[in-house]
Design a protein around this ligand. Structure first.
Ligand code: F6P
Length: 502
């Protein structure tokens, strides 16, 4: 696969920069909805991409860039299980976990000569069995009590996905109360345990490697807490389920094999919500909610694989990201969900985008000569407006924003979507604040905005949204010729900390 700076479209895009002007210059104002401007549908999502600092020719060049970078070929390679994570020698098959139907309905999925379909089906069945037993009071704890509370112990990808989904879909929860704890500081676990009764609390130890300091420290504290409550030592294991790609380590820690849900090394940590890492969500909300989450993501997988570039939402999101990052020099990107249940989305996307795209060598290990991932930040829109939106409106940074809304919010609080639209409009067109003195009231506009919406905030739209961002990241990684599935940069700090701790 080629380096981007060798591609004709890459050079042409830089030449095309003059059309819009770099940096924080006033926008070439356009009317949203003007013919030629993009409104794209993808599964349950609609996107209004009319407020971008790019013209039709620029978009054509971006689509040519995708073509020249071989994005579609790499998508196919990822989906069929090729080694797309060469520095770890792994495939990235999280999409296969959300494909519908039993193995008989799907084409073979070969990895090292082994068909993974049966393994995937068996994993899904084991997860459903355990979730059903816990939800329906069949699972008994050390004292014989059923489960009333669950604490998911994990960090990074073993926490952010479940925590986001539990929050986002909280109105659909009808199982035991669930909470996620990730921080190494024991006060985080202590705060959660203050709400729990040891006799009726189950812990899910969620860790792909089963070697992560934070999670194992919290698991040890949890076991001490249970012991301190005088529960019978021989039955303590009934309070722990493990979700991991290293089941032998979970067994060595003390989780019996039949209480361990294993998943493959071919599921990256930040993509692992699609694996048994979703157990806590399935227990809280039931099998249908998980099924809908998968359906939404699968709709986007098909859309990403099949839609034409000009109507392919994740592809366009990725290409626009390249345009702003590389050609116009943007360093940051804001994510603003106008939905309080999605307030953890920015944190989720920080791991997804920054761990995937924060790379300085290409797929061949050669230093990159172009910018790669930038900084993702954000908050629920209402909060953002009263905290950091000033910088987007009047600061000097070019700062693209994704504004996310749901039609159903209009019935909850009409001002919610009105505010979202107002922000999109003002970021785009700028204007002058009534009563503000002179230039202090000038807003230049010209900030790029994607307005992404769905009818409802439900499991299907959440699944679609997350898959959309995953494929956006994959698109950028393809263009930048980097590996979005490894994260070597986080390891040195762990090694040094181990040495310092003695
Ligand atoms: O340190 C970063 C990281 O490896 C992430 O990639 C991962 O999601 C997180 O730690 C947790 O890892 P594990 O699931 O193996 O505990």
């Amino acid at each position: 696969m080629p380096r981007p700076d060798t591609l004709p479209a890459w050079q042409q895009l830089f030449a095309h920069r003059e059309v819009v002007g770099a940096g924080r210059t006033p926008s070439p104002h356009r009317t949203p909805g003007e013919p030629g401007w993009l409104r794209v549908s993808a599964g349950p999502l609609q996107a209004d991409l009319s407020r971008h600092r790019i013209d039709v020719r620029g978009l054509e060049l971006l689509c040519e860039l995708a073509e020249q970078a071989g994005v579609q070929t790499r998508v196919q390679r990822m989906l069929r299980g090729d080694i797309v994570n060469p520095s770890e020698g792994r495939a990235a098959l999280h999409s296969a976990l959300r494909a519908p139907g039993g193995s008989a309905d799907r084409p073979p999925l070969l990895l090292d000569g082994r068909d993974l379909r049966a393994d995937i089906d068996a994993g899904i069945a084991a997860q459903a069995r355990i979730a059903g037993e816990v939800r329906h009071g069949i699972w008994r704890l050390a004292s014989g009590a059923p489960v009333r509370r669950i604490v998911n112990l994990g960090i990074g990808g073993s926490d952010l996905g479940p925590a986001l989904a539990l929050d986002a879909l909280a109105t659909q929860a009808d199982g035991p109360a669930c909470v996620c704890v990730s921080d190494l500081d024991p006060r985080a676990l202590a705060a959660a345990l203050a709400q729990c009764d040891p006799a009726s609390t189950l812990f899910i130890i969620c860790s792909k490697t089963f070697g992560t300091l934070e999670t194992l420290a919290n698991a040890a504290h949890a076991r001490d807490w249970l012991r301190g409550a005088g529960l019978p030592e021989t039955q303590l294991h009934r309070h722990f389920i493990a979700v991991t790609a290293a089941p032998e380590r979970a067994a060595a820690w003390g989780v019996p094999t039949e209480q361990c849900l294993a998943f493959g090394e071919w599921v990256g940590g930040r993509y692992s919500l699609w694996s048994a890492v979703s157990l806590v969500l399935q227990i809280a909300c039931g099998p249908q909610v998980l099924h809908s989450l998968h359906r939404g993501a699968h709709l986007i997988d098909m859309h990403f694989a099949d839609a034409e570039p000009t109507t392919n939402l994740p592809l366009l999101m990725g290409l626009l990201g390249v345009w702003y990052r590389n050609v116009l020099g943007a360093q940051t990107q804001a994510v603003l969900p106008y939905a309080w249940p999605l307030r953890q989305l920015p944190a989720y996307l920080q791991q997804l985008e920054m761990e995937s795209l924060g790379k300085r060598v290409d797929l061949d290990g050669q230093p990159v000569a172009w910018d790669t991932g930038g900084v993702i930040f954000g908050a629920a829109g209402s909060h953002a407006q009263h905290a950091f939106m000033q910088l987007l409106h009047q600061g000097t940074l070019l700062l693209p924003a994704d504004i996310i809304t749901f039609d159903e919010s209009a019935a909850l609080e009409p001002a919610l979507n009105a505010n979202a639209l107002a922000q999109a409009q003002v970021l785009h067109t700028g204007g002058h604040v009534d009563a503000a003195p002179g230039a202090h009231g000038n807003l230049p506009g010209g900030q790029p905005v994607s307005l992404i919406s769905s009818a409802r905030l439900d499991a299907e739209s959440l699944g679609a949204l997350l898959a959309c961002y995953e494929h956006k990241v994959f698109t950028q990684a393809c263009v930048w010729h980097i590996n979005p599935f490894d994260q070597w940069g986080v390891e040195l700090g762990k090694q040094v900390a181990r040495r310092l701790a003695g």
